[in-house]
Design a protein. Structure first.
Length: 181
């Protein structure tokens, strides 16, 4: 059984996160900007967007269990200015909106509806309206995220390949907390 460094574990597991983010981004790319979607349909795409954002940002976030954050410089993943825009946006949205509920990023409205009159007693009903809008919408924005994710995956594979060539037997490996050996 291999004894990978915590950085190598982070690199390998980040591939899983980026694969999930890429799948969610691909589902988002199916949206048609000229089409009107119901609230339920928008929620479906909001689920994909949430997955895309949290899965992409997970490797860059603090975790428990002695696995360090992914560091762009150790991957030699020099991102262009154009690639840094969605990268920073994904991380900020994860930290302020999707993994946490920061007060300055809340988007909701409450409409109050009243039934009856003052003589017979008025009954007030709240209507809670939450944000169903997508943060990444349109072919250009989704394609920029897809290209960023592919760039990150490419950098991870390039980082891992020398290790795999040097110690191929170490990469025949299984770790599964649900079914420990």
């Amino acid at each position: 059984m291999s004894d990978f460094s915590s950085e190598t574990i982070r690199h390998i597991y980040s591939l899983k996160d980026f694969q999930m983010a890429l799948s969610a981004a691909d589902f988002l790319s199916e949206l048609d900007a000229d089409k009107t979607y119901s609230k339920i349909q928008l929620r479906k795409y909001k689920c994909f967007e949430t997955t895309m954002i949290t899965a992409y940002a997970r490797p860059f976030s603090q975790s428990h269990g002695n696995i360090p954050r992914l560091n762009l410089s150790e991957l030699q993943a020099e991102l262009s200015k154009d690639q840094m825009v969605p990268h920073k946006k994904l991380l900020e949205l994860r930290n302020k909106v999707f993994a946490h509920s920061d007060g300055d990023k809340i988007r909701m409205r409450i409409n109050l509806h009243s039934i009856g009159d003052n003589e017979s007693g008025k009954l007030n009903f709240p209507e809670f309206i939450f944000d169903e809008a997508l943060y990444f919408y349109g072919v250009l924005e989704i394609n920029s995220v897809i290209n960023l994710i592919r760039r990150m995956m490419h950098a991870l594979v390039n980082t891992l390949l020398p290790q795999i060539q040097k110690l191929p037997d170490d990469f025949s490996y299984t770790k599964d907390y649900l079914y420990p050996e």
